[in-house]
Ligand binder design. Structure first.
Ligand code: A2P
Length: 305
């Protein structure tokens, strides 16, 4: 995987099924690139890949960056798991981005929806229409995309240990997943999965590293707001940093890539200012002890909004 763990990522994710206000993603990505971000986490279902691509191309045209400086992660949506759909889906993303390749292409979720035009297919009772998926066959199609040069690296998201093992033990495996993108922050530290992934050289990319938003329509707000945590705030005071910066630094320091989402210029810059200090071992332990094993993102709940 090209993106080292000390790089910070801007996530262009807004919220499941909610579109970003027109132009806001373009501006956010340009500000992020100027601030030093090089890893951008996106997806077809965020409906803003055209703006991400435009921002990257504008910054290249300005001479600020070269294409090879950027690490763009795209995602294969749930309705596109059948192997014959994988390459055309990635090609569609590349066309939207107006780029020749993505740096990382990942299977967004281990479960599949019925293929078709509806991205969130539902039956007459409002229930999602799932589709049987052969993750190994989907993975082989991703391997072919890598061989064709459309994706430099391939990985997964929201996979548990069993699902990762299924891919890794697949007969004839050509490439193992380089990364697994999962929810990860001080209230959901993923100690077992992190250890398993470390052993197998799979990078954990932590989404919702700030405890995400408090939007009740798709977030489990029964877990208290992460950034109000007294321990994170007390440690922040010592270093003249915010609770957000402490939460990000914690993950980066334990080898987890973080993908904070912000469309606010000041917070985009703030989230990048985490490389000029380090937490002590005692502080790392204190933050690890905050783990509640509770997710903010309950996946199916978040689709329903
Ligand atoms: P905004 O886009 O207005 O900055 P996560 O990355 O965990 O999903 O969290 C995203 C949420 O956290 C968004 O609501 C975002 O809002 C907010 N956010 C991002 N950076 C910060 C920060 N440094 N301090 C407080 N809130 C932040």
């Amino acid at each position: 995987m090209k993106g080292p763990t000390h790089r910070l990522t801007l996530s262009s994710f807004f919220s499941f099924s909610h579109q970003t206000p027109k132009g806001s993603c373009l501006e956010a990505v340009k500000i992020a690139i100027d601030a030093g971000y090089r890893h951008i986490d996106g997806a077809f279902v965020y409906f803003n890949e055209h703006e991400v691509g435009q921002a990257i191309r504008e910054k290249i045209a300005e001479g600020k960056i070269k294409r090879e400086d950027i690490f763009y992660c795209g995602k294969l949506w749930n309705t596109c798991h059948p192997p014959e759909l994988v390459r055309p889906t990635l090609e569609k993303t590349l066309k939207i981005l107006q780029l020749d390749y993505v740096d990382l292409y990942i299977i967004e979720l281990p479960m599949a929806f019925k293929p078709g035009d509806a991205l969130y297919p539902k039956d007459e009772n409002g229930k999602f229409i799932y589709h049987e998926t052969d993750l190994c066959a989907t993975w082989e199609a991703l391997e072919a995309c890598k061989d064709a040069g459309l994706a430099k690296s391939i990985g997964v998201s929201n996979f548990n240990r069993r699902q990762l093992e299924m891919i890794m033990n697949k007969p004839g495996l050509k490439y193992k997943p380089v990364s697994n993108q999962v929810e990860c922050h001080p209230y959901f530290t993923q100690p077992k999965l992190l250890e398993f992934c470390r052993q197998h050289d799979i990078v954990i990319v932590g989404y919702s590293p700030l405890g995400t938003s408090r939007d009740e329509s798709w977030v489990n707000v029964s877990s208290p707001p992460l950034l109000k945590d007294p321990v994170l705030n007390a440690i922040g005071k010592k270093y003249n940093k915010t609770a957000a910066q402490i939460a990000l630094r914690f993950n980066v320091q334990r080898g987890v890539v973080v993908i904070p989402k912000s469309f606010n210029p000041q917070r985009i810059r703030e989230n990048f200012q985490i490389f000029d200090f380090s937490l002590t071992e005692k502080e790392m332990k204190e933050i690890e002890a905050l783990n509640k094993n509770v997710r903010y993102i309950l996946i199916e709940h978040s689709y329903s909004s």
